[in-house]
Design a protein around this ligand. Structure first.
Ligand SMILES: *[C@@H]1O[C@H](CO)[C@@H](O)[C@H](O)[C@H]1NC(C)=O
Ligand SMILES: *[C@@H]1O[C@H](CO)[C@@H](O)[C@H](O)[C@H]1NC(C)=O
Ligand SMILES: *[C@@H]1O[C@H](CO)[C@@H](O)[C@H](O)[C@H]1NC(C)=O
Ligand SMILES: *[C@@H]1O[C@H](CO)[C@@H](O)[C@H](O)[C@H]1NC(C)=O
Ligand SMILES: *[C@@H]1O[C@H](CO)[C@@H](O)[C@H](O)[C@H]1NC(C)=O
Ligand SMILES: *[C@@H]1O[C@H](CO)[C@@H](O)[C@H](O)[C@H]1NC(C)=O
Ligand SMILES: *[C@@H]1O[C@H](CO)[C@@H](O)[C@H](O)[C@H]1NC(C)=O
Ligand SMILES: *[C@@H]1O[C@H](CO)[C@@H](O)[C@H](O)[C@H]1NC(C)=O
Ligand SMILES: *[C@@H]1O[C@H](CO)[C@@H](O)[C@H](O)[C@H]1NC(C)=O
Length: 484
């Protein structure tokens, strides 16, 4: 009985005492996770980024940040000395392709594994002043990994799958801010080893159209009113028309549409952005909200002396292709608490009285060639990335803003045709495949050196990789190559 209570108390501390969250980020910064790197373990923070593939970590002190991975200190680091580089929508870096042990202390069921990653030796507009993170944990597919001459850096997820000999899925539960007076946001990153815990399937799933980034079909983006109840069999969204040549939809997916937790805003093609923001601005004017055009169209902050709730503003509906049929879709309904992003929440009481300022920025932006669903589109939802299954699942969440999902809705034509979406599981450039062979070769060379030094577990992984190498000879598609 006593023991039971002890357990109960321990549980209470774990869940209620904030243990549940393993992600946090300051206003405007993506969500970051603590990881241990090397032996002895060095504690570092990395952004969980579904918009890239490679785990990349600073290996030098930056101007305002002296936290980095001390390569000299790790006795287990293996440096291939291959030069690799990566370019992001903001910033770039060059560095070395290395391997070492990686552990995520908050994920008790995920073992420490030797993983490929990159140490950053030089960067340009990549690190952010005073950001509290030292690198990125890329979670996308191998073809878009950091690369060098004849190499692509393997990903941590691939290393983990290789070690477990099972495919893994991961879930992001992003909760946004926890109080009106603190702009730090929290969330939870968890991993699910496939063929275990398949007892919950997400309510809505969208197919991953190409396994490079998390590329999905975004069919329309429009505003919705909270007072309209959706009806499953009815098409309510003005963005989806019965017209079989759907221009907006073609525009949204012209290059690609991606789900990217490493990006803050929802980024849209200019035309779609202008139309959407005009509507939002009209709504705010109708509600007599005093918000300047600089806020709507130039990314400037708007501030008030007290926190804003935005209850009257409409939701933004994001229509996504369903994986059930190509004439079906569902809608993410993003409330104003998501897209009116808190950037400052200050209430300090000093000698000269109290200073309070609550500032917001629009969580939408124009420009760029891609449609990007940044974390603004994910807060208040549970998003499951099933890499091997090739789909992303969405569910409502028990934390964060009250985001909803409606659907499924059905139309009489195929979105694949109407939106000119291409869907391929076997698209692979020859150069990428060549790079993959080089990657395997490097691992094997490394294996010869390491095999006598490392734990048996690692040997297993190397063997597994050799096997993979043999298997993939008969496959024409690198991106199809999966561990089952
Ligand atoms: C590196 O190693 C030295 C000596 O072993 C130790 O004093 C120092 O704290 C280590 N630094 C880090 C960042 O682990
Ligand atoms: C980053 O990109 C800039 C501009 O494209 C280029 O001049 C620079 O050499 C690149 N830096 C690195 C570290 O790759
Ligand atoms: C970062 O900080 C350095 C000096 O601390 C400053 O020169 C630089 O302009 C800052 N960059 C940004 C983007 O604020
Ligand atoms: C917000 O809360 C976190 C911990 O809950 C704290 O570390 C941080 O300093 C707070 N930020 C502000 C601006 O008060
Ligand atoms: C499923 O995971 C749990 C812990 O996460 C583990 O105890 C159990 O053995 C796993 N089951 C299978 C079939 O792998
Ligand atoms: C929902 O609310 C909007 C704005 O408040 C209003 O224009 C619209 O007519 C309402 N719709 C319904 C069905 O009540
Ligand atoms: C939903 O649609 C059905 C028929 O398509 C209709 O009978 C029903 O009244 C609708 N419900 C709502 C809430 O609009
Ligand atoms: C700011 O703090 C003061 C004193 O702590 C409190 O009375 C006031 O309600 C707070 N204001 C807001 C907007 O939270
Ligand atoms: C991932 O997708 C595959 C195929 O749809 C399925 O077998 C597996 O259970 C899924 N994993 C999770 C965690 O949902």
């Amino acid at each position: 009985m006593k023991l039971f209570y002890l357990f109960k108390i321990a549980w209470w501390f774990c869940v209620v005492g904030g243990e549940e969250y393993n992600l946090f980020g300051d206003a405007g910064q993506a969500y970051s996770l603590e990881i241990y790197m090397g032996h002895p373990k060095q504690k570092l923070r990395v952004i969980v980024d579904t918009g890239s593939t490679t785990l990349a970590i600073a290996s030098y002190a930056r101007r305002d940040n002296d936290e980095y991975f001390h390569t000299d200190n790790s006795t287990t680091l293996d440096d291939t000395r291959k030069v690799v580089q990566a370019k992001y929508s903001q910033g770039n870096w060059t560095g070395h392709y290395v391997t070492d042990f990686i552990e995520v202390p908050s994920l008790k069921s995920v073992p420490e594994v030797r993983s490929d990653f990159a140490i950053i030796t030089k960067s340009h507009k990549f690190f952010v002043n005073g950001s509290g993170w030292q690198g990125l944990l890329g979670l996308a597919y191998l073809p878009v990994g950091a690369w060098g001459e004849h190499v692509i850096v393997g990903s941590w997820l691939d290393s983990l799958e290789c070690y477990l000999e099972k495919s893994v899925s991961f879930e992001l539960k992003l909760c946004g801010v926890q109080s009106t007076t603190n702009a730090t946001h929290y969330g939870k990153f968890s991993m699910i080893v496939d063929n275990n815990l398949s007892n919950h399937t997400p309510s809505f799933r969208t197919p991953i159209l190409h396994k490079r980034w998390y590329e999905v079909g975004v069919l329309a983006i429009n505003i919705r009113y909270p007072n309209v109840t959706s009806n499953n069999s009815m098409v309510l969204d003005a963005g989806i028309t019965s017209d079989t040549s759907n221009e907006i939809c073609q525009l949204l997916n012209k290059q690609k549409s991606i789900v990217d937790s490493g990006t803050t805003n929802i980024r849209l093609p200019d035309e779609v952005y202008r139309e959407l923001v005009h509507k939002l601005r009209q709504e705010s004017q109708a509600l007599n909200m005093l918000i300047f055009d600089e806020f709507w169209f130039h990314g400037e902050a708007a501030c008030w002396p007290e926190p804003q709730e935005w209850l009257a503003l409409p939701l933004i509906g994001i229509d996504l292709l369903s994986d059930v049929a190509d004439n079906q879709y569902f809608t993410l309904e993003i409330p104003p608490q998501n897209y009116m992003r808190v950037v400052t929440a200050r209430n300090t009481t000093g000698e000269g009285g109290s200073v309070s300022q609550f500032c917001y920025k629009l969580g939408l932006e124009a420009g760029g060639i891609d449609t990007v669903l940044g974390y603004t589109a994910m807060e208040g939802l549970k998003v499951l990335f099933n890499r091997s299954g090739g789909w992303i699942g969405f569910d409502t969440s028990d934390c964060g803003p009250n985001a909803r999902i409606s659907g499924p809705h059905t139309v009489s034509y195929s979105f694949i045709d109407a939106c000119k979406l291409t869907r391929s599981d076997s698209e692979v450039a020859v150069s990428i495949q060549a790079a993959q062979w080089a990657l395997c070769a490097i691992s094997i060379i490394a294996a010869i050196v390491l095999i006598y030094l490392l734990a048996p577990a690692v040997k297993m992984c190397i063997l597994r990789r050799r096997q993979l190498n043999a298997d993939s000879v008969s496959q024409d598609a690198l991106v199809d190559q999966e561990l089952s």
